[in-house]
Write a protein that binds this ligand. Structure first.
Ligand code: ATP
Ligand code: MG
Length: 196
């Protein structure tokens, strides 16, 4: 198992700031090292698969589909992502646990984790109260209501899920705090993982 790995999975709960931190880190790597990073988003890929199959019209409807359908779409999206993730530096942006009517759907089940073979799983975390604030002030998305204590529990469960991916794949697990107004700090940690 000494092969070089090029995939970094960036995960964390909705609204924690994954996409914002990723975009900033990709810019840093480009300007400081002249390197391009390919960013793939499992949610976007799932949305495209579900749209093609005529199952939904809106991205936020994904998690409302019957869980068996979500799993099927997730499998197809995972395979599509794994195929695209063959370039030099890749980030996979994904949720860790997706809240459905029937409990949490695991964002990185064994079969997705194994096909991706990540070198590191980066778990982005933030203060639950700040996450609640970020969700309500972000008008680009329709996010589910969650109380601050539920956000806290969800975030703790994500740690367990991130460690499980490390256990299955041998990836390292890095927790990065996305502090309020300090995206650059979090992004610089992510950039260092990308360039490691
Ligand atoms: P999703 O899982 O739903 O895609 P996400 O984790 O990718 O969410 P973003 O869309 O990156 O989250 O960020 C959610 C909101 O929080 C955005 O409006 C963003 O501008 C804001 N935000 C992100 N990071 C910070 C930060 N460090 N301080 C303040 N606001 C932030
Ligand atoms: Mg995002």
């Amino acid at each position: 198992m000494s092969e070089a790995r090029n995939v970094v999975i960036v995960t964390g709960i909705p609204g924690v700031g994954k996409t914002t931190v990723i975009d900033t880190a990709v810019e840093m790597v480009k300007s400081q090292h002249g390197e391009e990073v390919l960013v793939l988003n499992i949610g976007t890929e799932m949305f495209e698969v579900a749209l093609e199959k005529g199952l939904i019209k809106d991205r936020d409807e994904l998690r409302k589909m019957p869980t068996a359908k979500q799993r099927e779409v997730q499998r197809l999206a995972g395979e599509a992502i794994a195929k695209k993730a063959k370039t030099a530096r890749v980030i996979v942006d994904t949720h860790t646990l997706i809240q459905t009517k029937n409990g949490f759907l695991i964002g990185l089940p064994e079969w997705v984790s194994k096909t991706l073979q990540p070198k590191t799983v980066v778990l982005v975390e933030a203060d639950p109260e700040k996450i609640a604030g970020r969700r309500s002030s972000d008008e680009t998305r329709t996010r589910d209501e969650q109380r601050v204590d539920e956000i806290d529990t969800h975030q703790r469960m994500c740690r367990a899920a991130a460690v499980s991916v490390g256990t299955i794949t041998g990836a390292t697990v890095r927790v990065i705090k996305n502090r309020e107004g300090k995206v650059e700090e979090a992004a610089s940690e992510l950039a260092s993982t990308l360039m490691e």
